[in-house]
Design a protein around this ligand. Structure first.
Ligand SMILES: [Fe+2]
Ligand SMILES: [Fe+2]
Length: 213
């Protein structure tokens, strides 16, 4: 396998391009959309707006997940950890694309603040990564477990008829659980409770804002 070395400027440009693609560009899914040919439900305006608000939260969550993992990968010490982080980030791109598809179907759009969420999450990932790979993987476990819990909430909260959104969230949840399991198996440290609490607090702010904006 050939290794190529990048200058700091190369790396900066790669990161900048990735940020732009994630926040503004169309995401490309490698797997088919789990909603498949499930029929589009007839939703009234209130239900459609509510479903769109939830799917916008999930879309922004995926932007944050990508940024977090890419930020962590930038400072991961071990090649295997870096590869695992980048692989997880790639699977999050499927999620990103499916959520974007669903937002379009619901006549809505992603959060206008996604570039801001990306920058904040990247910085958090970078800071976590500086503490070492055990912490890095611990961050993955905590993030994914929190996402799993909120996907459960959304599954209950979605309009009962919206089988298309529900199918997407079901597949995402299975992926997130696998990401957490893999990180645990690779030697994740358990994060101190205050760190986990701060992460939960920040994601609560994100969810409140992204539902509307
Ligand atoms: Fe995801
Ligand atoms: Fe994930």
């Amino acid at each position: 396998m050939s290794t190529r070395s990048f200058s700091p400027l190369d790396r900066l440009l790669i990161e900048a391009q990735r940020a732009l693609t994630t926040t503004l560009g169309p995401a490309h899914a490698e797997r088919g959309n789990p909603a498949g040919d499930i029929p589009e439900p007839a939703l009234d305006d209130t239900d459609r707006r509510h479903a769109a608000g939830l799917m916008r939260i999930n879309h922004t969550g995926e932007v944050c997940a990508q940024a977090l993992y890419v930020g962590q990968a930038a400072v991961a010490r071990d090649e295997a950890t870096r590869a695992q982080l980048l692989h997880a980030a790639q699977e999050e791109e499927d999620h990103l694309a499916w959520c974007a598809d669903r937002l379009r179907e619901l006549d809505s759009r992603p959060s206008l603040l996604n570039p801001l969420w990306y920058a904040g999450s990247w910085a958090i990932g970078f800071a976590a990564g500086l503490r070492g790979d055990g912490w890095n993987l611990g961050f993955v476990v905590e993030t994914e477990r929190q996402v799993e819990a909120h996907l459960d909430e959304h599954m209950v909260s979605l309009p009962a008829a919206d089988g298309r959104s529900r199918a997407i969230l079901t597949t995402m949840k299975a992926d997130e659980a696998r990401h957490a399991d893999n990180a645990e198996a690779a030697g994740a440290r358990i994060l101190p409770r205050p760190v986990a609490a701060v992460m939960a607090g920040m994601s609560k702010v994100m969810k409140t804002v992204a539902y509307r904006l």
